[in-house]
Design a protein. Structure first.
Length: 519
């Protein structure tokens, strides 16, 4: 006998209390006449110092608050990457380094050119000023001496300006300390949940906001072509149908949003039929266009320990524009004040007791992957095939080779050079383009930026999943607002872009009549 299902009704049901979901929930419930239920798979982050203390971010990866999605076999890359996705209120803004870049004008304009009308830079810029997060430069007390010397050395070796405040104006290249969404006085996060939800949870001033924690959404409820609710399972195993009087908002991220759609019969017809999932709506773009910011690593042993003051051990970075015709940077580095050797150790390299790393990163990768289901069982994780380094001209692979070479030039330049004792990996004997490429691709990692799997586009784009108002094509009463809607990858860390998507989605909802829209 099937378990009894209870029903809860609200105006809006939000699947995912993460980066965008927190924003939308907070904005919608500013109207006391509007009721919102948020479904979050993880626990609260309130009073969780392991989550709220920014410097402890590394300890969250792979732990109890991580969904840890594996990567499929990557013939030209690293097949051992676990893609961390946060299982906690605030989503990945409660899990990441909170490096905060407003997407560059060229990033937004590229979206518009890919059919996302109304998402150009001029239209999107005002949403940055609406954000409630405390976005500030790395505090002076957190500016580690070796990171400061990296900034000075990179200025010389890369021939780029020093930048104080990457968000003050658009840039093509530059080096400096990042802006972070944090509170420098106590190293606490200013995540989406902290900025948008905590004040109301603590004050108890939003009776129209219900947050269901440790609750898993496993199927959308549809009446014909209209989404009417979400089936969820609580921590206690209770089955609940959350009915949405106005709209369902899917904000589960670039992995779990397409996963939920496909489990609900919304996706590529042939794939769903092969798994025995009844097809409700044939939408071939669901799970396609999987994007990421892959990066490699080069590690040095330092001549003894380095100072420990830091905001989060990767407080400074470098942006380079190799192609003067590109709209923005086409090579990026994080500078880590730790020897980041998880992947090199798999190839036999040893981790030095004291060391630092530079991680050449591809701001505008050209490889595209795919996310798909391997089972109709909601408990089975989806397959993530990023198809790293498979672009036709090997642009992505060549970018990493250029990055390793430039990193070596920076390492030879004072005032950084005197800190460094030796290059540990790949080591000074690895010098040819072929050998550097082989190393760089095999130790390549991710900075956990999956995106694009339910991309936004124009009506004539056969693989677009949502329209420029974030409505799922061919359905009504449902929108998506998270990194899955990105048509292309921003050249900077995407978190601020996701927050801005949340702000714009809330505005679109406020302008929509009560009966909802039809895509």
């Amino acid at each position: 006998m099937p378990p009894e299902i209870s029903t809860v009704t609200a105006d809006y049901v939000i699947v995912g209390g993460g980066t965008a979901g927190s924003v939308i929930a907070s904005r919608l419930t500013e109207d006391p006449a509007v009721s919102v239920v948020v479904v979050e798979g993880g626990p609260t982050d309130i009073d969780r110092d392991d989550v709220l203390t920014l410097r402890r971010w590394l300890g969250l990866l792979g732990g109890d608050l991580d969904y840890a999605y594996p990567t499929t076999e990557q013939p030209r890359g690293n097949s051992h990457i676990l893609h961390s996705r946060a299982k906690v209120l605030g989503g990945c803004s409660s899990h990441n380094t909170l490096i905060s870049f407003k997407p560059l004008p060229g990033d937004w304009d590229e979206w518009s050119e890919h059919g996302a009308a109304g998402w150009d830079a001029k239209s999107m810029d005002p949403y940055f000023s609406k954000l409630r997060n405390n976005i500030v430069a790395v505090d002076e007390k957190d500016r580690n001496a070796i990171a400061s010397d990296f900034v000075a050395a990179a200025q010389q070796a890369a021939g780029v300006p020093r930048v104080e405040g990457f968000n003050k104006k658009p840039f093509h290249e530059g080096v400096g300390f990042f802006d972070l969404a944090y509170h420098p006085e106590n190293n606490k996060r200013s995540s989406a949940s902290v900025a948008y939800l905590h004040p109301h949870i603590e004050a108890g001033d939003r009776p129209n906001l219900t947050i269901m924690l440790e609750t898993w959404a496993h199927r959308l409820e549809l009446d014909g072509s209209r989404a009417t609710g979400v089936h969820v399972r609580t921590k206690e195993g209770e089955e609940v149908l959350l009915r949405a009087g106005r709209e369902v908002l899917v904000c589960a991220g670039a992995v779990d949003t397409p996963r939920l759609l496909m489990l609900s019969g919304i996706g590529p017809k042939q794939d769903l039929e092969a798994l025995g999932i009844p097809v409700v709506h044939d939408l071939p773009g669901v799970g396609e266009n999987l994007l990421d910011h892959p990066e490699s690593v080069i590690v040095w042993e330092t001549d003894g320990p380095i100072p420990e003051n830091s905001a989060m051990d990767s407080d400074a970075g470098l942006f380079v524009r190799r192609d003067p015709g590109s709209r923005g940077p086409d090579l990026m580095f994080h500078f880590y004040q730790i020897p980041f050797t998880d992947n090199p150790e798999r190839l036999g390299y040893e981790k030095p007791e004291h060391g630092v790393s530079m991680t050449p990163n591809i701001p505008k990768p050209r490889s595209r992957g795919r996310l798909y289901l391997t089972s109709a069982d909601p408990e089975v994780k989806p397959a993530l095939d990023f198809r790293y380094f498979t672009d036709e001209d090997d642009y992505d692979g060549r970018t990493l080779v250029d990055g390793i070479r430039l990193a070596r030039e920076i390492a030879k330049t004072e005032p950084l050079a005197h800190w460094l004792k030796r290059e540990v990996c790949p080591g000074p004997d690895v010098t040819s383009d072929e050998d550097i490429s082989e190393y760089a691709r095999k130790v390549a990692h991710t900075v956990y930026h999956p995106a694009g799997t339910c991309r936004m586009g124009a009506p004539d784009d056969a693989l677009a999943v949502v329209d420029p108002e974030l409505r799922i094509r061919g359905l009504s009463g449902i929108r998506i607002a998270d990194a899955s809607v990105f048509p292309t990858m921003p050249s900077v860390n995407p978190m601020i872009g996701v927050l801005m998507v949340g702000e714009k989605c809330a505005e679109l909802l406020a302008a929509t009549p009560a009966q909802g829209g039809t895509a």
